[in-house]
Write a protein that binds this ligand. Sequence first.
Ligand code: S3P
Length: 169
Amino acid sequence: MDTAPNLVLIGPMGAGKSSIGKRLAERFGLAFVDADREVETQTGVSIATIFDCEGEAGFRERERSVLAKLLDGRDQLIATGGGAVLDAESRALMRRHGFVVHLHVDVDGQLQRLARCTNRPLLQREDREEVLRVLAAAREPLYAETADLRFDTRDLSPADATSLLTKLL
Ligand code: S3P
């Protein structure tokens, strides 16, 4: 990853993109940026509110433009939202301007980690497991296509995942 301008984390909700990302950024002396938080800073409202007012399509548009701007910079560790890979142009930009790491966790791992999560709009339904399985089936090929490296975070603490990744990168 030496020559890539940025380190980009992709992967499903609960994979550890933010918790591992913050630690990795510190290890590598990169600025940590969370694309979801950038969207919230720019709009002044939560992602849940954006989904309520503009629907998922509105959020995706904002996510795409925030990512394009971030990827124009360098020396950043960019943690993306789980659905950022849905957009073909974003996928191309991530590959062009970053070394892309897919943090993987399976649906059982997601259910454990997200059990107390109340602020993710896509998890507001009763049938969380089914929702997560449908999302995983649709997105796994996109994560695979975009990533330079795949790393399974299941059963690893953020600190342990970070130590292992530091050796791999
Ligand atoms: C989403 C994941 C979230 C956030 C939004 C939509 C998704 O980010 O972007 O709620 O489509 O999987 P995290 O992956 O950081 O939870």
